[in-house]
Design a protein around this ligand. Structure first.
Ligand SMILES: [Zn+2]
Length: 310
């Protein structure tokens, strides 16, 4: 997920067939622009809406309602692709494919990458997000070019390739658990679900009050929804977990949540290459996008390039 277009604008191979994630043998990004009908079906597949809690529903649909109504609302946001928007995306993909070929990057790509266009009302006015193998873009977001497509592509690659995800997350000190991390329903109802973080199974060890604590990251709201985009409510929490039980550690029935500032070594662990530190998935997606757009010369950028050439 990328925040709104305005904030983004302000802020901001042919080899290796024997490589570890080349099983699928797809060596370039093949965009597939879905028709409106196909896009509507694609959006509601994959079980995403089934996992929403109360804050998710209120902040997106404005009232507590049925799953069918939620899905219908998402489908109603589909925008048709026009030639000019398609050409913008195709140009971004062309530039990325040239870089993949020139540098011998090996990505675990699907046969086709579906592209869907929406109003983004279903995701708080985000610029773009992903679903399964597909990239969902706001109706104006095609102007954001390679930076956005590369960022979103990363989410589809980690979602569908656990080995790739594990190795990428290791680069910023995060480990992947075998199961989803359990949290109580009371906390689930405060979570702001990021469509690009489908699996909550990653943690890192941070120093908090002088002690080492295993924590996962959550985006949540401390307040009830009372209008506006969920982006205005976002709090980022380091939630203490019991990594053996894959559960949040509870105190009086609630998770123990620290802020990023509470962890004295947070930025030493995840790096300082992006301000978008809302989840390891987003930190890595930005750093991955720098390989195609921007400056990949940081230590993390070099490590990612090395991994992509494996
Ligand atoms: Zn993202």
């Amino acid at each position: 997920m990328k925040r709104t277009i305005s904030s983004i604008l302000l802020g901001a191979a042919l080899c290796c067939s024997s490589s570890i994630w080349a099983e699928k043998g797809v060596k370039q990004i093949n965009p597939q622009f879905l028709s409106d009908e196909a896009a509507k079906e694609y959006l509601i597949s994959g079980g995403y809406y089934e996992n929403w809690g109360e804050f998710d529903i209120m902040s997106r649909v404005r009232r507590m309602t049925t799953l069918d109504s939620i899905k219908l609302f998402a489908q109603q946001q589909v925008y048709s692709w026009d030639d000019s928007a398609k050409e913008s995306v195709e140009e971004s993909v062309k530039q990325m494919n040239e870089m993949i070929q020139e540098n011998g990057y090996n990505l675990p790509l699907p046969a086709n990458v579906p592209f869907i266009r929406t109003s983004m009302r279903e995701e708080g006015g985000a610029a773009a997000y992903t679903r399964k193998d597909g990239i969902v873009m706001g109706y104006r977001a095609h102007y954001m070019g390679v930076e956005l497509v590369a960022h979103e592509l990363f989410h589809t690659l980690t979602r569908n390739n656990p080995k790739f995800k594990k190795e990428m997350y290791n680069l910023i000190g995060f480990k992947i658990l075998k199961k989803e991390i359990e949290v109580p329903v009371s906390f689930k109802n405060k979570i702001i679900t990021n469509p690009d973080v489908e699996h909550h199974n990653a943690y890192a060890t941070f120093t908090i009050n002088g002690e080492k604590k295993d924590c996962t990251m959550y985006i949540y709201s401390n307040e009830e929804w009372r209008g506006g985009s969920f982006f205005n409510y976002m709090k980022i929490g380091l939630v203490e977990i019991d990594k053996k039980k894959c559960k949040a550690i509870l105190k009086d029935g609630e998770p123990i949540i620290h802020s990023i500032e509470d962890a004295t070594d947070f930025y030493d662990i995840v790096g300082r290459n992006t301000g978008y530190v809302i989840d390891p998935e987003e930190i890595l997606a930005d750093n991955f996008s720098y390989i195609f757009y921007g400056d990949p010369s940081s230590d993390l950028g070099k490590s990612i390039q090395k991994l992509l050439k494996k």
